[in-house]
Design a protein around this ligand. Structure first.
Ligand code: NAD
Ligand code: UDP
Length: 337
């Protein structure tokens, strides 16, 4: 799907968490489609520089606020996307109670708002609902293996409770869609985000050691942000709400060591690999089964890691003021970038 050129009926769309990494790309894609976009964000992990490019659109409005607090909108909302939640382990674990309540109380408030406006609702859920999975790849019917007491529980269980709220509202008649997002990367991640792609790139670009947690044998499957945004919009705009959550991610799976080696090859300077303790409850394997997204949405990712990583490296190089030779791929096309 070409998310930039496809024109839909003009709608008023609330994006909670729109100043964050994924949210700012989503806002931009929706504005490009000609919609009115309101971004609601507390700037906990979001950044003003992410929304600066959006301020050139006269249909963009920023509302600073916390999703846990009541908020009213005079204009009728047609769509509500809920992306408000810190997403990187160090950030969501910094204030675990805030994370849990953002996902539970915040999602409950936004669902009520959508119901009051007769708006369609999309929840940004996560592959973390599968925890440290016993099946591989993970499909949407797998109920997951999550620790409800460990340091990741504030996020994993918060997102699971939010899904439960979503499906309770769906049974009560609200049009709700739930995306289970797998590891996504790209431009506009914070240099201090703490997730693996940004850590490795920023470390290599700054001449520091690349920190591999554990032996680096654990796997993740990395989705480029433009692919994810296309999937979120496809899910929101699908004529009928799927009866289950839908996995959105790129099924290409890599060990963390393989990712580190790719970063080493991409960024000159010979950054060393160093090994650090594996965090508690770190999932061993993660790969989405995206058959349902393919079948119901006609969606599949288009940007492989060997194209998305140089793109992201070039962006981080500019962000941290590092030099990167022209190896950093030709720009992706508008539809992909
Ligand atoms: P991010 O941290 O860059 O963005 C989250 C945004 O939510 C930030 O702008 C932050 O300020 C805002 N926010 C946090 N708490 C808030 C609150 N109480 N009220 C208002 N705003 C608040 O993270 P991201 O990677 O862009 O993730 C966006 C969403 O997608 C999150 O809900 C995350 O759980 C989900 N997700 C992302 C990934 C990924 O790999 N990027 C994977 C799975 C799920
Ligand atoms: N990781 C790593 N070094 C880092 C940051 C993360 O080895 O500097 C590992 C982490 O232990 C995990 C994987 O990379 O196994 C992905 O971590 P991330 O925080 O990006 O996402 P999540 O664990 O939530 O999937």
């Amino acid at each position: 799907m070409n998310i930039r050129s496809e024109r839909l009926e003009k709608r008023t769309i609330l994006v909670a968490g729109g100043a964050g990494f994924v949210g700012s790309h989503l806002c931009e894609a929706l504005l490009e489609q000609g919609h009115r976009v309101i971004c609601l964000d507390s700037f906990l992990t979001g950044r003003e520089e992410n929304i600066l490019p959006l301020c050139t659109y006269h249909d963009f409005r920023m509302v600073r606020g916390d999703v846990r607090a009541p908020v009213g909108f005079r204009e009728r909302l047609d769509r509500v996307y809920n992306l408000a939640s810190p997403a990187s382990p160090p950030h969501y674990q910094a204030d675990p109670i805030h994370t849990m309540l953002t996902n539970v109380e915040g999602t409950a408030r936004l669902l009520d708002l959508a119901r009051d406006h007769g708006a369609r609702f999309l929840q940004a859920s996560t592959s973390e609902v599968y925890g440290d999975p016993e099946i591989h790849p993970q499909n949407e019917d797998y109920p997951g293996r999550v620790s409800c007491t460990g340091p990741r529980a504030c996020y994993d269980e918060g997102k699971r409770a939010a899904e439960a709220l979503c499906f309770d509202h769906a049974r009560a008649g609200l049009d709700v869609r739930v995306a289970r997002i797998f590891n996504t990367y790209g431009p506009r991640m914070r240099p201090d985000d703490g997730r693996v792609v940004s850590n490795f790139l920023v470390q290599a670009l700054s001449g520091r050691d690349i920190t591999i947690y554990g032996k680096g044998r654990q796997t993740r499957s990395f989705c480029y942000v433009s692919d994810l945004v296309a999937g979120l919009i496809a899910l929101m705009e699908a004529p009928r709400a799927p009866k289950t959550a839908i996995n959105l991610g790129n099924p290409e799976e890599f060990t963390i060591l393989e990712l580190a080696l790719q970063v080493q090859a991409l960024v000159p300077g010979g950054a060393r690999l160093v090994f650090r303790p594996l965090p508690v409850d770190d999932p061993k394997r993660r790969r989405p089964d995206i058959s349902r997204a393919r079948e119901l949405l006609g969606w599949a990712p288009r940007v492989s890691l060997d194209r998305g990583l140089p793109q992201t490296a070039a962006w981080f190089a500019a962000a941290v003021g590092a030099a990167l030779p022209p190896r950093a791929a030709a720009p992706l096309s508008r539809a992909q970038g």
